[in-house]
Design a protein around this ligand. Structure first.
Ligand SMILES: [Fe+2]
Ligand SMILES: [Fe+2]
Length: 245
């Protein structure tokens, strides 16, 4: 058995123990299997299908806040916390500190590919337009140095993508567009404070940003996911990723 097959077998055994049948969304295994084939599903054995909280996951409060998503659904977020702290130390505005705190939430909890765009859409109903805009374009700006603000092409990217990597035309176009936009510097400051070589011994607590979030993030009273905003469904999917529909 390959590692993938072993993992699938273990998962299959686990899903057999659930009292609900879980069928994975296409995107969860996309790239690992031929997408034209039917999505594999465990036999239902008369069980009902998953339509709510998946007991394999930590339970979210009924009215989840942004911090609840950090605590229960996002992977380790030290990169975000340390970037936000650096931004604060550099004396940028609170809105930009918030942008730094949230710039990679798509990677932390949803979808990695095109994370700037997904992150911006998740956040748009709840933050200043400028914050969402900055997050959308930081993904493209990361590939383009700007010596005037001390931003150099990340060494990490050379390591990750090779020295000869050239961003695709749509990313080059996004950079050109953002470069001439009135909010360019907002997005650029996210990249300036986008800290990759962070110190693992330094712990930053989420609570350090309670006030910034309180002042600049419009937490819906119904909870993220249940407020009928244009991105509520995305938050619900992060909360309940295995619902059948
Ligand atoms: Fe990013
Ligand atoms: Fe980042």
């Amino acid at each position: 058995m390959t590692t993938l097959q072993r993992a699938e077998a273990a998962e299959h055994a686990l899903s057999q123990e659930l009292d609900r049948v879980v069928v994975k969304s296409v995107i969860f295994t996309s790239g690992e299997r031929d997408p034209r084939q039917p999505v594999p599903r465990p036999p239902d054995d008369g069980r009902l299908y998953m339509m709510g909280h998946d007991p394999r996951l930590p339970k979210m409060p009924d009215k989840p806040t942004l911090f609840d998503f950090f605590r229960y659904r996002f992977g380790p977020s030290m990169h975000l916390l340390q970037s936000a702290r650096l931004a604060m130390k550099n004396g940028v505005s609170e809105k930009i500190v918030l942008a730094c705190l949230l710039h990679d939430i798509a990677i932390a909890g949803f979808i990695r590919s095109d994370h700037g765009y997904w992150g911006a859409q998740l956040l748009e109903p709840y933050v200043d337009e400028e914050v969402a805009w900055g997050i959308r374009y930081h993904q493209a700006l990361r590939f383009f140095p700007d010596e005037s603000v001390g931003y150099r092409y990340p060494e990490l990217y050379v390591k990750l993508f090779g020295a000869d990597y050239v961003p695709e035309p749509h990313i080059q176009e996004a950079h050109r567009y953002a470069r001439n936009h009135k909010w360019y510097i907002t997005s650029r400051l996210i990249t300036v404070n986008d800290l990759y070589s962070f110190d693992p011994s330094v712990k930053v607590e989420l609570e350090e940003f309670t006030d910034v979030v309180g002042r600049h993030f419009r937490q819906p009273k119904e909870g993220l996911g249940f407020d009928q905003s244009p991105s509520a469904h995305m938050w619900r999917t992060i909360n309940w990723p295995t619902r059948y529909l």
